[in-house]
Design a protein. Sequence first.
Length: 436
Amino acid sequence: MPPSPPGVPAVPTNPVAVSAGAAEAVTGPGSPGAVDPAGGAAPATSRANAGWLVLAGMLLVALNLRAAVTSLGALLDEVRVGLALSGTMAGFVTTLPTIAFAALGAATPWLVRRFSPARLLVAAMIALTVGQVLRALTGSALVFLITSALALAGIAVANILLPMLVKQHFPHRTGLVTGAYTMALTVGTTVAAAAAVPVAHAFGSWRAGLGVWAGLAALAVLPWLPAALRSRTTVRRDGTSRRVVRPGRTRLGWAMAVYFGAQSLSGYSIMGWLAQMFRDAGFHPQDAGLLLAGVTALGVPIALLMPTLAGRLGSLRPLVFGLTAASSLAYLGLAFAPRGGAVVWVVLLAFGQGAFPLILATIGLRARTADGTVALSAFAQSTGYVIAASGPLLVGILHDVTGGWLAPIGFLLAALAVQTCAGVLIARPRYIEDEP
């Protein structure tokens, strides 16, 4: 774009860029493009403050990305009785997150072309807040499903936006910032799963155990409100059209989607069935639940470490093969010695589940621009969640048909093999914008 006449500020060429006048309060520290309202370079202190505000906003959003899901899982029996849900309806409730993440995540790039990221995040967190409040108040099974879908719609949009925001505002700290928000996501997941039942018991109703998390979602709105109120949609004025990135037409895009889907399939299967595996091996139900919680708790430091390593390594092959080895040993241990080495298998599973923060970091590492990142994030996550939706269901079917856990674990090992092949394809540094 030719330089602007004197006194006329240049129009941002990135359609998801923040407005310069407001600075959107989201320019990362040290970012070269930070500007102040007068059009000059922003002071270093102002840039640093803006970067911290963005980071705080991202972490608050990340804390909410699974709380609505895991709190419901912990209270599913109480909800099923309270709303008289049929077995089919209860099963649909458990698969609703992956359906929502896949369908609504795919629509996020379209939204990003029309609204600023700050406005989208405000709308997403408001939807999550309202959805969680209404589903905790209703006595209708149908309204419960609709309001749950509303809450999950907010999560789906935020899922896609966070990798884009990392790329846009912290381009030189991709691994560290991705690790930080993934760790926040893991903490939110763990706390909601652990606290939902005690909160429900303290207030005498499952409704409190579900509704309390609406307050956390409302809190996540606050850091983004000033930027959302001041932002405006930017358009190109140089007469050129922006190249549309289509990951679904590239080998890299599909490899990312398959890796995301295969690791999510195993993750949802483990969260859904690991406790039952340990109970069938002779553990007390409470101990089986603690072993499952151990996988999530150990995942907190791994969530911080994995993206940091990914950002520093030239090739991701060592991480891909290391995660595969850990998961393989854990699965074999669960198949042949579930009781004797339970703690070891939990530690190995926690490390193997580091594939989730790894793929989130890789989304940012395999795109040059914010546009490319949001397109790759939307395609990989929406397609991946379609793949993942079948995991817990097939594990349950195989267990019912065979009466044991060898066949389900064999299925998870096959999914791990597919994940590894996809991981090899995404390990080499390259960018989605350069793919033919």
